[in-house]
Write a protein that binds this ligand. Structure first.
Ligand code: DGT
Ligand code: MG
Length: 572
């Protein structure tokens, strides 16, 4: 809560003004019954029309003043709430951008989306309501009770017994409400998660005829959300009858003993009316409590979730200032006894990996599926941190280097290709927006995609993604390669990036790549590709089981021999 509400501090002036305006409204509201008593006792009872008119005019004037204050209060409260929400959203988004992936691992994508939108909205509403009405309700309860005491303390005693009882009751409801609304927010998360997974997998769902299952899954989650929301509202509804019963009982008591006191001369009629008036105002203020509880419970749950993101993530740019931002690397890469697991206390996916790739060398990484090839690649641009061991670039531990300097010089083509909405040119120049057309074309030529792009009616200006052309897997793969090459990387990581290319195109690409003087690591399933590399690294179950030239591996590694025979036949 603290951290989230500290984001309100920059808007403390607006919040303060809104609060003062709210106090003005409150003062008017507390004065009204007093004025009413005066009009009755000094005006109506004495049959003095002038007094009635004078105090009546004062009441109208004060009401107008309160109305104006209310309008201005809305304005300032809205400003404070919206601005705080804006800042919170941005802060969270920035955190997510800068946090290391390891730290984001516990958050589901859908949950982060709910936190960025729904949870922030809750906070915004709470600040607005807080400054508009929420703070007024408790003040009105306290102020109303005090004023009633001032008017006639004997009659006001009935209120003094009931009001604290009700406050305790409402606090109890509040505690329960926080718990239930926490669950509701979590249910919203789950619904979002199902929707997200469904929408991104529509094609697969159709092909596997899983629509019914998906609908069932959605209805299930959506039903839980409804059930929990309903019980939250039931709890809120429970408060009203209890509240009305106790308050009306005390109003009856005030009227009963009030009429006796008036007859005995211990109280004036106007006083009785004023106290009843205070009691009704206190009742409606306590009624607002039910809403306060709801808003506050939701806000608390949301604030905790926002804080998890704000405080639970790290900033990978901090503490890694080793290399200055503009330093170029030459591409000498070395792994020294590197082990890695994605989460603490889970089995390592890489164990004791040691190898060297000198600048300009090409190393083929082979191994069966799940061997840890992609994981190995992700360690190099520091997407994850090794659990033990050291990765060196130009002899410097990459943990001590500036992460952005490092990444700017790495060309990474991930296994799962990802294009962004925009033109083909924008997609290729995604890492270097200022690149010249000639450079973009050159990269596309090397990636063996230039001809295909030229053949499109709009060439490089063709839109891709949902509104544009649909590209084949191999075409996307090559655009993704061109994107990595355009950066002129010192280290190029190709994660199974030629899997969708036919042998001839792949051969042309690998030959064209030789003009680039970068250290290249290439994951491949095809030995024909691996054979073109300077050396081959063989992974099995996260362990390095061999490294060397084709001949060396053939002589030393039974696994490699088996692989070779399976692809080239025994006679080879
Ligand atoms: P591939 O692409 O099918 O040929 O397989 P590799 O060799 O690229 O395998 P890799 O590195 O993706 O996965 C190695 C192990 O790590 C495997 O047991 C799955 C696990 N793993 C991969 N990515 C993640 C991740 O993001 N989180 C967790 N917890 N485990 C992961
Ligand atoms: Mg992989």
């Amino acid at each position: 809560m603290r951290t989230v509400f500290s984001y309100l501090l920059p808007y403390k002036v607006a919040a303060g003004v809104a609060f003062i305006l709210m106090l003005l409204e409150l003062a008017v509201e507390l004065l009204q019954p007093l004025l009413l008593a005066k009009i009755i006792d000094d005006g109506i009872m004495q049959e003095d029309l002038a007094t009635v008119l004078t105090w009546g005019a004062v009441m109208v004037g004060l009401s107008l003043l309160a109305f104006g204050a209310g309008v201005l209060n809305s304005f300032y409260a809205g400003h404070a709430g919206q601005s705080t929400g804006f800042d919170l959203r941005n802060a969270m988004f920035r955190k997510i951008q800068r946090s290391s992936l390891g730290n984001l691992q516990p958050f589901a994508t859908s949950s982060l989306m709910t936190r960025l939108t729904n949870d922030v909205t809750q906070i915004q509403n709470t600040i607005f309501m807080g400054l508009r009405i929420m703070a007024r309700a408790p003040l009105l309860v306290v102020g109303g009770s005090i004023m009633a005491l001032v008017v006639n303390w004997r009659l006001a005693l009935f209120l003094l017994i009931t009001v604290p009882l009700l406050v305790f009751f409402l606090l109890w409801v509040l505690k329960k409400g926080v718990h239930i609304f926490g669950k509701v927010q979590q249910n919203v998360d789950e619904v979002n998660h199902v929707v997200r997974e469904n929408l991104t997998g529509l094609r697969l769902i159709r092909v596997f005829v899983r629509e019914r299952f998906e609908i069932g899954r959605f209805v299930d989650k959506s039903g839980t959300l409804m059930k929990n929301t309903r019980s939250a509202f039931r709890l809120m509804e429970l408060t009203m009858p209890v509240l009305l019963f106790l308050m009306n009982a005390s109003i009856l008591a005030v009227l009963w003993f009030g009429s006796i006191s008036v007859q005995e001369g211990g109280a004036e009629i106007g006083e009785v009316v004023a106290i009843v008036n205070y009691a009704t105002r206190i009742t409606s203020a306590l009624g607002v409590f039910a809403m306060i509880i709801m808003v506050f419970s939701r806000a608390r749950a949301s604030a905790l979730r926002i804080e998890e993101v704000l405080l639970g993530t790290d900033d990978e740019l901090v503490g890694s200032q080793g290399l200055p931002a503009e330093k170029t690397i030459s591409g000498d890469l070395a792994f020294a006894d590197v082990s890695f697991s994605y989460e603490e206390k889970t089995a390592p996916v890489l164990e004791h990996i040691s190898f060297q790739a000198k600048r300009g060398e090409t190393i083929a990484v082979i191994g069966e599926t799940g061997a840890g090839k992609s994981s190995l690649f992700q360690l190099i641009p520091k997407l994850y941190t090794p659990t033990s061991g050291v990765i060196r670039m130009d002899g410097v531990n990459i943990q001590d280097t500036n992460v952005q300097t490092l990444r700017k010089q790495i060309g990474y083509v991930p296994q799962a290709v990802r294009l962004f909405s925009g033109t083909i040119r924008e997609n290729i120049a995604w890492g270097v927006p200022e690149a010249s057309d000639a450079a973009v074309e050159e990269a596309a030529r090397t990636a063996q995609i230039h001809g295909m792009i030229e053949a499109l009616p709009e060439g490089y200006a063709t839109l891709v993604g949902q509104q544009g052309v649909n590209l084949s897997g191999g075409q996307k793969q090559r655009i993704s390669i061109a994107r990595a090459l355009l950066r002129n990387p010192k280290v190029l990581l190709l994660d199974d990036s030629t899997s969708a290319l036919d042998t001839k195109t792949e051969g042309r690409f690998l030959s064209a790549l030789e003009t680039y003087s970068c250290t290249t690591l290439i994951v491949t399933q095809k030995l024909s590709t691996a054979l073109r590399a300077d050396s081959i690294l063989l992974l099995e179950h996260g362990k390095m089981v061999g490294m060397g030239s084709h001949e060396e591996l053939l002589a030393t590694s039974p696994l490699y021999k088996k692989l070779y025979e399976s692809q080239y036949g025994k006679e080879a």
